[in-house]
Design a protein around this ligand. Sequence first.
Ligand code: AP5
Length: 215
Amino acid sequence: MNLIFLGPPGSGKGTQALKLSQQESLIHLSTGDVLREAVKNETELGKKAKEYMNAGNLVPDALIVGLIQEKIKNGHLGNGFILDGFPRTIPQAEALKRMLEEQSLKLDFAICFHVEDDKIVKRMAGRRFCPVCQTTYNIYVEDAKPKNDGKCDKDNEDLIIRSDDLEDVVRNRLVVYHKQTKPIVEFYRNESILVEIDADRAPEEVFNSILETVK
Ligand code: AP5
């Protein structure tokens, strides 16, 4: 099963992709996580991506497409995958289609998460993030709170606020989403693989809707 998760920042793509990938033994590839790791390790990719990310803008298509191409060519997407946060522009969607066709692969579903902008801004104010293992929490959501305030449940590291979760940056990320990423919803509707999910519900309910779709 090959899936892409798309939707505005903070709509829960990462939370659901992690859970579904574990349950269905799929590779979970989050371009945001790969880029954050590259920034942390100060790699060439990270140095190029940092400014765009901190401002809430998209990293140039060529950098991201190159990254995904390498994963697909080297068979790193295994026997089934969830692409979380890629593609995000029409050129990325077209490039993905070409790259998958070259490997005789295809997407089964493009799952689009819907949450209103104002609710997203509130959600993002509560997000906390482990910089070591990349686990995400939310101090306002009962199911997503860390067990001990400010500490990661998995490695006890101090949790941080992502630099792109400050309100001004979140609002810019939403503008970028509506302008650059929304058009790919139509792209996948035309491919007849689009599934739209109301993601403004408890995480468990959202998960059950996704599961119903993919089963
Ligand atoms: P990326 O990391 O992909 O950010 P994003 O798409 O904006 O998504 P987020 O990680 O912010 O949110 P999410 O939808 O995964 O939600 P989450 O599950 O964490 O990208 C970051 C940056 O990298 C981009 O701005 C860009 O610069 C660059 N980039 C990445 N990919 C790129 C590409 N393809 N092209 C160009 N540039 C690219 O949940 C959010 C919060 O809500 C958490 O606190 C969570 O606990 C909570 N939550 C989750 N579900 C629920 C629920 N149902 N109810 C209440 N709270 C919930």
